[in-house]
Design a protein around this ligand. Structure first.
Ligand SMILES: [Ca+2]
Ligand SMILES: [Ca+2]
Length: 182
């Protein structure tokens, strides 16, 4: 029978403050932490306490792809681009994107969940559209997807159509005057 010496603690409680250890920089993977106690006489816990856990840190940057948009030379000043992204851990629907039209915008837009944008009234010239994805912990695609294109609105055809419309308008005006004279 154990003697009830004064000052001893019940056997079910630890005799010291809880111990701890810290691991840092663990790679992604599955782990099991084991801990066993040994008393002063050298008797060891035959069934170590264990705790299994998995490390899944989102360390990889996403990649971005342009899914549609103009390329080469286009004959209008309107351009619509769509894009998507893929990441090691962040689902595509949780990615955000920033874009920029070089030749038209000085810098990238804010990151949003938008996956398309439209430009209109672009002047003749050379442009490069850039878009980059960001995952849910802030890793950004360091190599934005890009698409180069040139706007060359056919000035001669535009002038002709304006002249034709103008002529038609004048003819209608003349007809209205004639009708009014009757
Ligand atoms: Ca990631
Ligand atoms: Ca990329």
């Amino acid at each position: 029978m154990p003697s009830a010496s004064s000052g001893s603690r019940p056997a079910s409680r630890p005799s010291r403050a809880p111990q701890s250890t810290t691991y840092s920089g663990l790679a992604n993977g599955d782990y099991t932490f084991l801990v066993e106690a040994r008393d002063q006489a050298g008797n060891e816990d035959a069934s170590p306490a264990s705790r299994a856990f998995t490390v899944r840190v989102d360390r990889g940057a996403p990649d971005t792809g342009i899914t549609s948009g103009p390329t080469g030379t286009i004959a209008s000043g309107n351009a619509t681009f769509t894009w998507t992204g893929i990441d090691d851990l962040t689902p595509t629907e949780n990615l955000t994107y920033a874009f920029r039209l070089v030749g038209f915008e000085a810098g990238f837009s804010a990151f949003t969940s938008a996956t398309s944008t439209t430009y209109s009234g672009l002047a003749d010239g050379d442009y490069i559209f850039l878009v980059k994805a960001r995952d849910q912990v802030g890793n950004e695609d360091a190599s934005p997807a890009s698409r180069a294109f040139t706007v060359r609105v056919d000035a001669a055809r535009t002038d002709t159509s304006i002249t034709a419309a103008d002529r038609h308008h004048r003819q209608r005006e003349r007809r209205v005057h004639l009708d009014g004279d009757r």
